[in-house]
Design a protein around this ligand. Structure first.
Ligand SMILES: Cc1ncc(COP(=O)(O)O)c(C=O)c1O
Length: 389
């Protein structure tokens, strides 16, 4: 609960709607204006106004950043053109010779960044299959960042954020969490001890598969100062129009996620029972320990599950047979999507690394939208039936 100029602290779902208050804008417009001006008048040669130049700061972007910070219950948020722009900006904190510990199950694009760019920058990276087993001996004197996504994509394995934060801090390292799959509605990593949270806001914040955006969120003032400097210097700042789209999309984030989580429950039951499906992966599937961690640190399971089909199932036939659900990468829009992570989102991984985290070519990722559950169950069932014949 975050207090935003009301006599009582607004709940999260109210805040998604009212987090950019109309009463703060000059015309009382319910939707905030988009400030397109790239440059702003100085008061005089010695005094600039609140804004100077679009890359440095912009009133619409500032509203979007304030909104994302409020939803997280955080002090600072910075908006970028994509999730990768936000993530790569965070890793500007590192210098040659530094060491990073990362969960081995992360978004394929982040993995590609670690492999290619860390090598160029002489930063070493140690991938860990299960960060719940992280211990003192995994740290080097030069370990500066521990990085994780939980639940992991696409295996939906769960990592104990508080446990990893405690160890990272004991060794003078920062914990960075990519919270794209949960959003601040379902999980707040800063409150669990993380130092920095990253988002691909292209997903649930935008919510309609029509926006590319990313955010860095943190509480620490000196980290925030660095991120503001990197943001302005590197220049991948969120545009005014995209900032507006973000504000509009975020208004329904809680509502959408409520419906998506409800839909996912029914789809999970359907898939669990279908003879074409060998197993269904969702946060907590792996062990009762991970289920308990998810329950402790998050307010739900999110809108994504994966399933592995039986060996006799032809996935090409399955994808072709779907009549409503589309075959596409990404997630967090209102439309339900399926993809094959091995070839579509995790292709930067070598086969051995994928095998280690349990991603096979029989694994399908399903991200649920807000369609009627009856139609989703029908489409999934009829396509699986055909793929089994
Ligand atoms: C977990 C996660 N983090 C980061 C990204 C990168 O975000 P973007 O595509 O907005 O650059 C993605 C993209 O799919 C993702 O799934």
């Amino acid at each position: 609960m975050v207090k935003v100029e009301t006599d009582h602290a607004l709940a999260f779902d109210s805040l998604t709607v009212q987090g950019v208050p109309a009463r703060k804008n000059e015309y009382g417009a319910i939707m905030p204006p988009i400030f397109l001006s790239t440059t702003y008048r100085f008061k005089d040669i010695d005094h600039q106004g609140a804004y100077e130049y679009i890359r440095t700061q912009n009133p619409t972007r500032q509203k979007a950043e304030n909104l994302v910070a409020r939803l997280e219950g955080a002090k600072h948020a910075y908006g970028f053109t994509s999730g990768m722009a936000a993530l790569s900006t965070i890793f500007e904190l590192l210098a040659p010779g530094d060491h990073v510990i990362s969960s081995s199950n992360i978004y394929g694009g982040t993995y590609r960044y670690f492999i290619d760019f860390f090598q160029k920058k002489q930063i070493s990276c140690q991938f860990q299959t299960d960060l719940n087993q992280l211990s003192d001996s995994d740290f080097e004197p030069n370990t500066k960042i521990v990085f994780l996504e939980t639940p992991a994509n696409p295996t939906l394995r769960v990592i104990d954020i508080a446990h990893v934060a405690e160890l990272a801090h004991a060794h003078g390292a920062l914990l960075v969490v990519d919270n794209t799959f949960m959003t601040s509605y379902l999980q707040k990593p800063l409150s669990l001890g993380a130092d920095v949270v990253a988002y691909s806001a292209t997903k649930f914040y935008g919510g309609h598969a029509d926006l590319s955006a990313g955010f860095i969120v943190c509480n620490n003032d000196s980290l925030a100062e660095k991120f503001a400097f990197y943001q302005n210097t590197l220049g991948a700042t969120l545009s005014p129009f995209d900032s507006y789209t973000l504000i509009r999309g975020t208004k329904t984030m809680a509502l959408r996620l409520d419906r998506q989580q409800e839909n996912l429950k029914y789809l999970r039951e359907t898939l669990d029972k279908h003879p074409a499906v060998a197993r269904v992966l969702y946060p907590g599937w792996y062990s009762s320990t991970e289920a308990a961690i998810q329950q402790k640190q998050a307010n739900g399971l999110g809108a994504c599950l994966s399933f592995e089909v039986e060996p006799e199932v032809d996935l090409g036939v399955f994808f072709d047979a779907l009549q409503m659900i589309d075959l596409a990468v990404s997630l967090g829009g209102v439309e339900s999507l399926v993809c094959q992570p091995k070839t579509m989102t995790h292709e930067p991984y070598p086969d051995e690394a994928l095998a280690k985290i349990g991603v096979t070519d029989r694994l399908v990722r399903f991200v649920v939208g807000i369609e009627n559950k009856t139609d989703l169950i029908w489409d999934m069932t009829q396509a699986l039936d055909k793929a089994r014949q």
